[in-house]
Design a protein around this ligand. Sequence first.
Ligand code: GLY
Length: 264
Amino acid sequence: MYKFEKAVVRTPADSFAEGITPGLFGKADPELAKIQHKKYIQALRQCGLEVIVLEPDNDFPDSCFVEDPVIVTDRVAILTNFHAPTRKGEVDRILPVIKDIYGSHIERIEGTGTVEGGDICQVENHFFIGLSQRTNEEGACQLAAILKKYGFTSSIISIRALPEILHLKTCMSYIGENTFILQKAILKESELAPFKKIVVPDNEGYASNCIRVNDTVILPEGFDETIKQTRAAGFNVLETPMSEFMKQDGGLSCLSLRIPKLNL
Ligand code: GLY
């Protein structure tokens, strides 16, 4: 597993509750989201990361979900191309910090190709590219070509048959040691056959989006059965409160770009 050195996050905007959500879990409270975001930053710091905190951006209610506009690797950063119309401007807003970190080592998904970072799941030097309501075939094809140019491999997993799942990583997360935490709905996916699996209970679907940061898996607070199973499988676990982000259909991974030591 890559060792991560820094993370980029963006403080939730006052307009946070106006972002895209099916609204299954009630109305989000932007002030509570800001408190939870500070705890998330603390968790990243506890895992040894330097955290770059960007100013809130009221023009884009979903802009705290910084994982969607950029895919970061040790070799290149790839700017995505949103399907969601209200999020399209987020790429330009995050570009300055990406230029600071990656200089000219930046590529871009263009034209009719759409990709959102939540659909991209890295496992060492391989990337699973999710075809979803947000990421299309043309975008996946462009991304695969860019990844190949930088020495990575990739393959496709479609979640189009699961319209209630926003992004690929909404339902599966790689936590190192050849292991995924995932939802039952994706359990039979043939691309995942070689991996060990921790399957979340039906009432803990949200916990299938989580992150491994150095020696620790960060999971949403209160998903006790998933936390118990992850600990039983030998992982260190940190919990962080996520209720307001869950209301906005955003996962724990979406809140940060985790950047390993660069090899540009
Ligand atoms: N609220 C996150 C998204 O729909 O993009």
